[in-house]
Each structure stands twice: as C-alpha cells, then as structure tokens.
Design a protein around this ligand. Structure first.
Ligand SMILES: [Zn+2]
Length: 189
C-alpha cells in the first residue's frame, strides 16, 4: 500500500497531517483523494450500488454531511454537475492494491479525485466501496465507511481522534466527524 492512498485499511496508510485538512493538493488518480471540493453543493450520483451501500451513503449524507455547511443532493444523471460518483464492486487488485483481504491488510474503500480545476479543487471525486467488506459487515461499519470516504471527498484526512470516523480501522469510534473535522468543513464551505 502506498503512503498516499486515501483508503480505510486497518494499517496506517496516511502520514499524520497537522490539522486533518488537506486543502487543495491537485492530486488525481488512484492515490489522490484528498482535494477539497469545488463548492458547498455536493452532488452525488450512485452507479448501481448494492442496496446496503446505497443505504449507508444516503444515511451519511443526511446525518453527517448535511448538518454541516455542506449540502448534498442526488442527481440520477451523471453529468458535469456530478461531484461524487459512488461505485461498489468486489474489487480484487484495483489501482494495484489488495482488496481481497479487507479489514486485514486490504483496502475496504477508496476516494479519489478524478478531475481537479485550476485552483486544484476537485470537480469530481469517485468513491469506491469494497463489497468483499461491505457485504459481510455490520450496518454501523458500512455507515462508518461512508462517513470516512465522503469525508475524503471534502478534503478531510485521517485522524486518530476517538470522536471521528476519519480514524482508520473498524469499528469506527464514532459515526460522526469530530468538532475539529466539522470546523474545517464549516470554515471552507
Ligand atoms: Zn481513508
């Protein structure tokens, strides 16, 4: 696993960031998932999600993102307005990582920036859930995964806080962002 992977394996994969907010980085592709979003309206599109992952994502939007300055909406059309594409699959070696042993050394989810603008803000992220993990775990863990990956699409980095879903590993210590996380979102959106 590379150091820059914005994933949620149990093993630490992200160097500690001073304040947990990446700001804009301009990163794209497999290992760049921490750009801030281009604005406060976060438009989602789901691509044939398993019902359990659709439910977890919709729950996280309503209960974790929308209470912040971020406003999420759903758009059934994938187009230029789409900010977050959400996909799931029984991935095996996507992006060169191990998805077959989720929760051990493997990846359970990934957020990547596909298209950044001239300010290095991300115009579109893709979130990928590993069904090898989600199909066999709890509702709470699926909600925690959604909380975590959606946080990456807003620029949140990993945390060791016991009050944030941005901590790695499962179960999450909280199905929420910490006050610190929320302050970043409310300040930036
Ligand atoms: Zn992560």
């Amino acid at each position: 696993m590379t150091a820059a992977l914005a994933c949620t394996a149990l093993s630490p994969a992200w160097p500690a960031h001073a304040d947990n907010y990446s700001g804009a980085t301009g990163s794209t592709g497999c290992d760049g998932g921490l750009n801030e979003a281009d604005n406060a309206t976060h438009t989602f599109h789901y691509v044939d999600l398993a019902e359990h992952n659709e439910n977890a994502t919709t729950w996280a939007r309503a209960n974790i993102l929308n209470p912040t300055a971020v406003n999420t909406v759903y758009d059934s059309t994938l187009d230029d307005l789409t900010d977050v594409v959400v996909r799931d699959q029984r991935y095996d070696d996507y992006c060169g990582h191990d998805w077959m042993t989720p929760g051990n050394s493997g990846v359970v989810g990934l957020a990547s920036c596909d298209d950044d603008n001239s300010a290095n803000e991300c115009e579109r992220h893709t979130v990928r859930y590993n069904i090898n993990f989600t199909a066999g775990t709890t509702t709470a863990n699926r909600r925690g995964l959604a909380c975590h990956e959606l946080g990456h699409t807003l620029g949140l980095a990993h945390r060791t806080s016991s009050t944030s879903c941005m901590q790695q590993g499962y179960p999450k210590p909280a199905l929420a962002y910490s006050t610190h996380d929320r302050d970043h979102l409310n300040d930036n959106y």
